[in-house]
Design a protein around this ligand. Structure first.
Ligand code: FE
Length: 344
C-alpha cells in the first residue's frame, strides 16, 4: 500500500472512533468500507453513492491480509460493514477466517453471473480481470501462446518474466490450473515456468511487460488492465512499450482465459448491514461497472453491461467460465505446488 493509503487509513480510523459511540438510529447513515482496492478512480463512485443514498462511506484502505488481520483482531466489535478486494483468492481468505456473513440479494444475483460469486452468498464479484500474456510481437507468434500449457514448454526456456509466487494473482491462476488439470499436471506446469524464467521474479505486472519491451524476456504473465492502462494512458514511454509488446489471451483446456474478479462481501458483525448490501449492490450496478471498466480498465462483470473504451478494444477473447470460488479455494494447494517448484 502506498503512503497515501496509510494516511487515509488513519483518518478513517479517527472518523470511526468518533462515530462508534453514538446512537445508531439517531446518527447519520453511514457504512464502514474496508477496501484492498487502492485506486483513486474509485473515489467518484463513493461520492456518487453518498449523493444518491445520503449514506456516508468511512473508508479504511490496506493490503488484503492487513485488513483481514485487522477484522480478526477487532472480532465482534469490528466496525467493518463491507470488505472489498481485487482478487477472489483474497475474498476466499477472508471467508476462511469467518469474516463474512452470507447475504441474499436478488439484485446481486440478477446482476452478477453465477460463476463470479460465492455460491453461499458470502461474496460477489463486480468487475473482471483476465490473467493473460504480454508478448514480444517480433519474436513470438500468437499461436505459440494460445494455451497456458505452452508457456511451460522448452520453447520458452529463459524467455518468461513473471512476478513472485506470493502474488495472489499468480496463486489464483495456479489454483485455476489445479482445478482444471489436477495437482500433478499443475505442479509440472509450475516447474516448467520456473525452468523457463528469464530472471528471478521481481516487480509487479507492469515491470514484466516493460521487461519484454527491453528484451529481457519474450513473454510476461500479467493482468489485462495493467497492459490496457499502459497502452491507452498518458505515459509516452508506456505507449512505446505496448507498441512492441502485444496482449494475448491464452486458453485453459480450450475453454478460455483465466478470469478473476474484484468483489466484496458483507462483514460478519456489520453494524450497518443494510447499508453494506446497498453499497455492494451499487458497485454491481451497470453504471458502476462501466465506471470501473472505463477508469481502471477492468471488464464489467455483467455480460449485459457494454464494455467502454479503451477496454472494448480487448474483448475478442473467450472468458473461462470456471467458478471463481472454485479456484479461489485452491490457494493453499497452489502455494505449496509453487514452493515445491522453486517459484520464489
Ligand atoms: Fe492489480
Amino acid at each position: 500500500m502506498r503512503k497515501i493509503g496509510m494516511v487515509t487509513s488513519l483518518a478513517a480510523t479517527m472518523i470511526l472512533a468518533a462515530c462508534s459511540g453514538g446512537e445508531k438510529a439517531a446518527g447519520p447513515q453511514e457504512v464502514n468500507l474496508y477496501t484492498a482496492r487502492h485506486y483513486d478512480s474509485d473515489q467518484p463512485l463513493y461520492d456518487r453513492f453518498t449523493q444518491e443514498t445520503g449514506i456516508k462511506i468511512n473508508r479504511i484502505e490496506g493490503r488484503p491480509d492487513e485488513l483481514v488481520a485487522r477484522m480478526k483482531s477487532e472480532g465482534e466489535n469490528s466496525p467493518a460493514d463491507l470488505f472489498i478486494a481485487a482478487d477472489a483468492g483474497a475474498l476466499w481468505r477472508a471467508q476462511e477466517a469467518g469474516l463474512f456473513q452470507p447475504i441474499q440479494s436478488e439484485t446481486l444475483n440478477a446482476r452478477i453471473p453465477e460463476n463470479l460469486r460465492e455460491p453461499g452468498g458470502n461474496w460477489y464479484g463486480f468487475s473482471r480481470r483476465a490473467r493473460v500474456v504480454a508478448y514480444d510481437a517480433a519474436r513470438v507468434k500468437p499461436e505459440e501462446i494460445d494455451d497456458y500449457a505452452k508457456l511451460a514448454t522448452p520453447r520458452f526456456k529463459g524467455k518468461i518474466c513473471v512476478r513472485s509466487s506470493d502474488s495472489v494473482y499468480n496463486l489464483s491462476l495456479v489454483g485455476a490450473l489445479i482445478e482444471a488439470w489436477g495437482p500433478q499436471k499443475a505442479g509440472e506446469w509450475a516447474k516448467g515456468i520456473v525452468a523457463n524464467m528469464a530472471r528471478a521474479p521481481e516487480g509487479g505486472d507492469r515491470d514484466q511487460i516493460r521487461a519484454v519491451a527491453a528484451g529481457v524476456c519474450e513473454v510476461a504473465i500479467t493482468n489485462s488492465y495493467y497492459y490496457i492502462r499502459m497502452a491507452s494512458g498518458d505515459d509516452a514511454k508506456d505507449r512505446e512499450v505496448t507498441g512492441k509488446v502485444k496482449l494475448a489471451f491464452p486458453s485453459l483446456d480450450g475453454k478460455g482465459a483465466h478470469v478473476n474478479i474484484s468483489g466484496g462481501g458483507v462483514a460478519k458483525h456489520a453494524p450497518n448491514k443494510a447499508n453494506a448490501i446497498k453499497l455492494l449492490e451499487f458497485f454491481a450496478s451497470a453504471d458502476s461497472q462501466k465506471h470501473i471498466s472505463a477508469s481502471n480498465n477492468e471488464y464489467p462483470a455483467s455480460p449485459d453491461v457494454q464494455v467502454p473504451p479503451p477496454v472494448d478494444a480487448y474483448t475478442a477473447f473467450t472468458a473461462n467460465p470456471m467458478s471463481v470460488a472454485a479456484f479461489a479455494a485452491r490457494q493453499p494447494e497452489a502455494q505449496s505446488l509453487m514452493s515445491a517448484a522453486g517459484w520464489r
